[in-house]
Design a protein around this ligand. Structure first.
Ligand SMILES: O=P(O)(O)OC[C@H]1O[C@](O)(COP(=O)(O)O)[C@@H](O)[C@@H]1O
Length: 354
């Protein structure tokens, strides 16, 4: 009958247990190798951007990171597609949304990236700038347009549903404090220091919680909620939607809860979202709506922050500090790499030549 799938008379022989185990091992090894390869990509971007730290030129710092990240990505054995990148093709010539990256031979992978998360931070020599990338199986990331996103996030170990974007800040804080067996006054809320957050800041203060205002970099602001040493209990506020997806990828790996909702300033932004397949403009996205399936996240510090140390350069080399994590295994691996330009040429100088 038309439209009905043919079934073969003989069922396909079942894979023997050992063949299946072999296949699983292969995919595990491939993934593991990729996780370490991916760190080279963020290292390359961070090394390049770090040369422009404190030089007051945001564009140059971003461009340096983009060039190096792209070059490093193209050496990976993957069939990669950028889904969260530097912008749409007509406005971003490199690492634009839809750009194919990698050698083209290898697993089909969707990529969310921000070669320099914290362009202003880097230009000013401030803390906490990162080179960031996340990978997922095809279709694993929300195709978030470059608009704002309202976000709320907490770290692992709290009951599901403890946060809700539709609740007032005071209600969320009360629920988080109760779940932690603490007082609201014990909590620290990380918020981007922006005039648009005046009302939120006032509400959090009225509720009695403490606040850590950050000048930029809400990917690390969200991740901080999952790091005991960072001293942040909850992230609240509005930042970039692409950064929201990157932060969600990280929380999928280390645990935690996050919700996000796209915010549109005009009809053009709404049209852009529709173009990327967003049908419900008011949807409240959970972690898995933003980053699903097996997800990998890697970041290298450009400047020092609570999660990662920044690039340290010295005669003949540099030291980078990175983190790589996978949702499948939950392993969080910190990588301190000592780069020796006497043995391996400085990638920054190499990319300047090409
Ligand atoms: O500066 P705005 O417009 O408030 O946007 C907030 C976004 O900017 C950042 O602070 C920095 O982003 P860039 O590195 O692209 O400049 C993000 O972390 C955050 O999501």
């Amino acid at each position: 009958m038309a439209g009905k799938k043919k079934t073969s008379a003989k069922p396909a022989p079942k894979k023997s247990n050992s063949a299946k185990a072999q296949a699983d091992t292969f995919s595990l090894v491939m993934d593991r190798n990729l996780a370490l390869e991916v760190v080279r990509v963020t290292e390359a971007a961070a090394l390049s951007a770090s040369l422009l730290m404190g030089r007051g030129d945001e564009k140059a710092a971003d461009q340096a990171a983009v060039d190096s990240m792209r070059q490093a990505l193209n050496s990976l054995s993957i069939e990669g597609t950028v889904v969260i990148g530097e912008g749409e093709r007509d406005e971003a010539p490199m690492l634009y949304i839809g750009e194919k990256v990698g050698t083209g031979k290898g697993p089909k992978i969707d990529i969310a990236l921000d070669p320099l998360e914290g362009t202003t931070i880097t230009a000013m020599g401030g803390p906490n700038a990162l080179a960031v990338i996340a990978m997922a199986e095809h279709g694993g990331f929300l195709n978030a347009p470059d608009v704002y996103m309202e976000k709320i996030a907490v770290g692992p170990g709290l009951p599901e549903g403890v946060i809700d974007l539709d609740r007032k800040p005071a209600e969320n804080l009360k629920a988080i404090a109760k779940a932690k067996g603490a007082e609201v006054s014990d909590l620290v809320v990380c918020i981007l220091d922006r005039p648009r957050h005046q009302e939120l800041i006032a509400a959090v203060r009225k509720a009695g919680a403490r606040i850590m205002l950050i000048s930029d970099g809400d990917v690390s602001g969200v991740i901080a909620t999952a790091q005991i040493d960072a001293g942040v209990d909850v992230y609240m506020g509005t930042g970039g939607a692409p950064e929201g997806v990157l932060a969600a990828a990280a929380l999928r790996c280390i645990g935690g809860q996050m919700q996000g909702r796209l915010l549109f300033r005009n009809e053009d932004e709404k049209a852009r979202a529709k173009k990327w397949g967003v049908t419900d403009l008011n949807k409240k996205y959970g972690l898995k709506d933003m980053a699903s399936g097996d997800v990998m996240f890697a970041a290298t510090g450009v400047t020092t922050g609570p999660m990662l140390r920044g690039v340290r350069r010295f005669a003949g080399g540099a030291v980078t500090h990175s983190v790589v994590m996978r949702s499948k295994s939950g392993t969080v691996r910190y990588v301190e790499a000592h780069h020796n330009w006497r043995r391996k040429a400085d990638p920054v100088k190499l990319s300047a030549k090409s």
